[in-house]
Design a protein around this ligand. Structure first.
Ligand SMILES: Nc1ncnc2c1ncn2[C@@H]1O[C@H](COP(=O)(O)OP(=O)(O)OP(=O)(O)O)[C@@H](O)[C@H]1O
Length: 574
């Protein structure tokens, strides 16, 4: 964990970290020395040698003053380190995340990343406080032990024997508490998820005749959480008592040894009283061990999660960058798979500059994967992906992003106005340019329909718009960005007649003067494409124009026949 901590603290804060540790060490030693000096001071005082006792006040005052300065320094450094480190972690993660391949951002990883940025970093920086506690737990008793050893080795030995017992008791106590807390945490998470589900799934639950809107599931989860909370409280009690009991037993042992020594006459009673006071201070820091053990676990988990993100290799940038010379796209003998099994194998396709090529084929054939390789979400395992005549691996990411735009199947819009969402395509565009792109992508009728026109908000994720409308806004965004190459995954959601016509027009506008690679889910949209490529078994099995492919009577002709049948079915059953 120390290596991990030093790695994440990084060079920028290493000096500050070292200074913080040094202050903490000095403080813990000074605290131990101040307690240790109580032995000769109290022995002399209780033994009636007041003048001798007074002399001990000087080193004691020295230890207290040093301790005070060290305490001030360690607290200020801890504060400085915590805030500077938190900031650096956010900066480092932010800078790293933007260099990760887009393919890295799956649903689970995005959720993990949200957690790391939300609670992971605040937990990780708590390690600073933990270092303080751990140094204190080790060094203060160690200093006191040295003083005890010098004062009376028999009491020192008795104190030493109690250490493993006390530590064991706290470790067991920590485990008992951790187990019940984990169950409580899981039950709380379950109840939280059920609450969200309960709220979000109301229409579905009621539409399916669950008149109580799924209350039973929620009630079960809340009951489970209540029982787990009770178990957590009751389960923590034995642990807490066990630790305290161990400290009391250890102290009693030290008292018994002290009394035996005093009764035997080998140590003056005044000295024994002083030694017992020291014994008490020796044992006290162990009480924080149990709490620290739990914090160590959560801090380490947070540090590991941050480290895992930071260690994810970024997309390699080319040593000698190649230019995007034209708007052509080509895949040559490409092999690629997600988890070993190839999705594409021996895949070749040429998309000449300025042409429209449609990818069709059964679900799971790899159409989306082709577009993701062109936009370099991933790198191909074998073969070459060329954009503008250059291997995408040799094109710097900003140059590639300037050449290629993506319109996804499920467009995510931000909770702003339609104009804000279009402007994402080019932040410095004038209002006229934004509105022009919107008109060309058939977004104007959407704005007219909404109560506040162009200033209407589209809701979280764009939920106030239909799937087809969201895609029209995304097309407007792409028109504004104005890249020579556009990769478009057609919306799969069923479109009404207005949307279907509007998307047709928007696509025609998008295709004008650009290279368009479109994944077609409705064959009627691509009958005018310059080329249609049929994918199956990880490669292109057929390609040509709509009429040529129909005449050939192969795979495309069969897909078209299916398409026509389903249209006929829609018409007669509608
Ligand atoms: N991120 C991923 N991790 C693992 N497997 C994936 C991932 N993305 C896609 N796949 C798998 O790769 C195969 C090809 O998926 P792809 O999305 O490219 O197909 P598609 O032809 O676009 O399908 P659809 O028409 O249904 O969108 C599928 O079997 C899919 O399950």
């Amino acid at each position: 964990m120390i290596g991990l901590l030093l790695r994440l603290v990084g060079r920028a804060h290493r000096l500050l970290f070292v200074r913080f540790v040094v202050s903490t060490v000095v403080y813990s030693l000074a605290e131990g020395a101040a307690f240790g000096l109580l032995v000769p001071l109290l022995s002399d005082l209780l033994g009636g040698r007041t003048a001798d006792a007074a002399w001990w006040l000087f080193p004691l005052a020295g230890a207290v003053v040093i301790g005070w300065f060290a305490h001030y320094d360690k607290e200020s450094r801890a504060l400085e380190l915590t805030s500077a480190w938190r900031r650096t972690l956010y900066d480092r993660l932010g800078a790293h995340v933007v260099r990760l391949p887009l393919g890295w951002f799956t649903g689970t990883r995005t959720a993990d990343l949200q957690q790391v940025l939300g609670s992971g970093i605040p937990t990780a920086v708590r390690t600073v406080g933990l270092v303080q506690a751990l140094v204190g737990v080790v060094l203060t008793p160690a200093t006191i032990f040295v003083v005890l050893l010098v004062t009376d080795w028999r009491v020192a030995l008795a104190v030493l024997v109690t250490v493993p017992v006390v530590l064991l008791a706290f470790v067991v106590a920590g485990r008992l508490t951790a187990r019940t807390e984990a169950a409580h945490h899981a039950a709380s998470a379950d109840a939280g998820a059920r609450l969200v589900e309960f709220a979000g799934a109301q229409p579905v639950l009621r539409a399916n005749g669950r008149s109580r809107g799924g209350r039973a599931l929620l009630d079960d989860a809340l009951e489970g959480q209540y029982r787990a909370a009770r178990r957590a409280v009751l389960g923590a009690l034995p642990g807490e008592n066990l630790g305290q009991l161990a400290i009391q037993l250890a102290f009693t042992t030290v008292v018994v040894v002290g009394l035996l020594l005093a009764t035997g006459g080998s140590v003056p009673p005044a000295r024994i009283v002083a030694i017992l006071v020291l014994g008490l201070h020796f044992l006290q820091p162990f009480a924080v061990v149990a709490g620290v053990a739990n914090s160590v676990r959560s801090c380490r988990a947070a540090l590991e999660r941050i480290d895992a993100v930071l260690r994810t290799p970024p997309l390699p940038e080319p040593a000698s960058p190649a230019p995007v010379s034209d708007a052509s796209v080509e895949l040559r003998d490409v092999r690629f798979g997600y988890d070993g099994a190839p999705v594409l194998d021996g895949f070749s396709l040429r998309v000449p500059a300025g042409s429209t090529t449609a990818l069709v084929g059964p679900s799971g054939a790899g159409k989306t994967t082709v577009t993701k390789l062109v936009a370099r979400f991933f790198d191909a395992e074998a073969g070459t992906v060329l954009v503008g005549g250059s291997d995408v691996r040799q094109v710097p990411t900003p140059a590639l992003m300037d050449a290629v735009s993506l319109v996804f199947q499920d467009v995510h819009l931000f909770d702003g106005t339609i104009e804000d969402n279009i402007r994402l395509g080019r932040q410095d565009a004038t209002r006229e340019q934004v509105l022009d792109a919107a008109r060309r992508a058939q977004v104007e009728p959407i704005a007219q329909r909404l109560p506040d026109g162009w200033d209407s908000r589209v809701g979280e994720g764009g939920r106030l718009l239909s799937g087809g409308e969201r895609q029209r806004v995304a097309i407007a965004r792409t028109l504004l960005k104005d890249t020579p190459i556009v990769l478009l995954d057609e919306a799969t959601s069923a479109l009404d007649a207005e949307n279907e016509v509007a998307i047709h027009r928007a696509l025609a506008e998008l295709a004008r003067g650009r290279t368009l690679l479109v994944i077609a889910h409705r064959l009627s949209t691509i009958t005018h494409a310059d080329r249609i490529a049929v994918l199956d078994g990880g490669r292109v099995v057929e390609q040509g124009r709509h009429r040529e492919l129909l005449a050939a009577g192969g795979r495309y002709a069969a897909l078209w026949a299916d398409h026509e049948r389903s249209r006929g079915w829609r018409l007669t059953s509608g």
